[in-house]
Write a protein that binds this ligand. Sequence first.
Ligand SMILES: [Zn+2]
Length: 400
Amino acid sequence: MLAITNVNLIDGTGRQPTENAVIIIDNGVITKTGTDIPVPEGIDVINAKGMTAIPALSDAHTHFSGSSFFERPPLGRREKTYDYSEAREACLRWGVLTVRTAGDIVPDILEYKKDVLDGKITSPRVLAAGPMFQARGGHPLNTVFMSDEEIEKNACIIIDDDTDIESAVKAVCEMGVDWIKVFYAHINKMDYPNYVPRLSRSVLERVIRAAHRLGKPVMVHVDDPDEMLEAAMSGADCIEHMIGVGAGKAQLSLELIELLKSRNVTVVPTMVSIQRFDDKLEGAAPVWEDLKAAVKKLKDAGVPLAVGCDSGIPLVGHGEGVHDELMFFVEAGFTPMEAICAATLGNAKLLQMDDKTGSLEPGKMADVILLGSNPLEDISNTKDIRLVIMEGRVVFDNLR
Ligand SMILES: [Zn+2]
């Protein structure tokens, strides 16, 4: 058993913080939180005076085998990434204890996911999309991945109007994925402003229908509001990126906002990934200010926004990127409390794990970050990490 005492507790539900709180952890699970809670004798105690506890964070959009360095390969096999050591260690160090990978090499990521579940590796828990469905000659294989053969064979499923979509989707589901990922975008970021082929609306719809029949949610990568509207009309559960660098259009219509809301579609704007590249695409008008305004509009309308950073692409580091995304959520109009809730309980709901994680409440896994300063005063204080606890075990210790 373990007790954290004298802590300023932010529980992830949006409730006001509790000062001088106690958190009791038994067998990896939170059993009690609050004030006036007796600490059983003889158990380990962490006196967290002056510190703030928040739930561990999650990254709703990562590429676990990718790297933030341009000179490294874009996606790697398990042995080439030293068992995803860079991503794994960075996530633990930054308190990011659940990730949804949005496209990685298979079967490697799925075998890794299983090894984590079986307790063979200390790692953030992984939900995986498996190989990515995309148009022949389209994004991302034939743009940013420069037609890389290994990525084509092991991380992509090329489809077109003639593909037996039912069988293709079934095969991916049978691999053991948690989500289906589809690209519905045609900006060529390597040859702007030229376009590459995009899936037809009917193929997109067929992929989504097939996935839903098999009980899998679908995340759709889009680059502008028109694609977003069509993806939502086609039944997407989750929209990735929203307004990408190079988007010709960046204004959200009332129709789109109403549709997202009525269908409860979650948007993962991956603001950090857009911000990093906003001035790097020659000839493209910047979209950063429009993106911030769009995030604010969705938030005000009550559309769920999830925190993912597209870590594993160049310039976006695993783990730390989530904290940058939080900062940008606040820049876009979230309060620090709202941003923290989005990256904890909000993400857990999207990942259908909110019965197990996402908040510091009795019955939840003890996934806790202790901060040296208060993130409600300044959201960048989420980076002031003193201790990370995963299921009751310390996985990063910076307490001294
Ligand atoms: Zn991505």
